[in-house]
Design a protein around this ligand. Sequence first.
Ligand code: KG4
Ligand code: ZN
Length: 332
Amino acid sequence: MLILGIETSCDETAASVVENGKHIRSNVISTQIDIHKKFGGVVPELASRAHVELVSHVICEALEKADCKLSELSAVAVTNSPGLANALLVGTETAKALSFSLSIPLIAVNHIHAHLYANFMEQSSIVCPVVGLIISGGHTAVFYVENCNNYVLLGQTYDDAAGEALDKVAKMLNLGYPGGPEISKRAEKGSSKVIDFPRAFLGKDICNFSFSGMKTAAARYLECNSIKNLADVNDICAGFQQSVIDVLIKKIVSAAEQKNVKTILIGGGVSANTEFRKQLSEICKEKGVNLFFPSLKLCTDNAAMIAGLAYHRYKKGKFEDLSLDIHPQLQV
Ligand code: KG4
Ligand code: ZN
């Protein structure tokens, strides 16, 4: 069964054709990084305008690469939550138009659930229940995953997302956008032992996060200390990155203990971070916990994860009609 997935929740216009929830026939991503770079972050109105211009081309390319005709599609799936309102609207209305004109089911997919589902596309040895950590530019959240159709939110950030905090600290250091990969590159050359940034753990058994104070601590540090050379920048990056990593690791390991599960899934753009992968892998090995990350191409925003998860909704008959709305906030 072939499903077309459409993803326009933030600054990537993406479309993909996936067979039976797993086999990726095409995965086309048109990034808008160059549009937003000069502003140091995503400008919502520019993002939605670019989606309007790009979405049809990206869908055509995805169908072409998948060697798939419109008539061969069993369903069209789209991210309708969470994300930037006008950006979500572009994908959602496009999917509705395709569903109506082709007379095929319309499937709504939660972007955050799909980030976790990306793990199931590449691994067949995941046994549910598991706990999952989503770390992206817009969200940081912990889920209890009963099966790939059922995600229970255990906690999320009260303020900034992990990726957002990394992006903002990178902006303070003039490292460009998106900042996460830049911080990661520089951190490799620095030491995390030079500056001890604060960590917000918010209590042992709490799965919520707060990165805003940690980000402000970095801003205060930069106000009070002059940066003399590149080595200073590298140490700040390493120190701040480590403070974020410590919080993420502590929270997801504690969630696994609380829920008494032996498997952790990670998803979202920040899971591309090499140091985070390395440190969490070591801890999980020590504790005998199975750990899964998506491959790098499925960590950041893509439509393959949308078309993949849609297959399971299709099997459950979870279809939408043309009144489908967008939900910019993460639904609890
Ligand atoms: O999931 P994603 O592609 O988009 C959202 O849904 O937000 O995540 C984007 C976030 C950005 O904040 C970006 O800086 C961060 O992921 N990111 C990274 C790395 N690659 C992307 N953060 C740390 N290290 C990386 N290697
Ligand atoms: Zn995302």
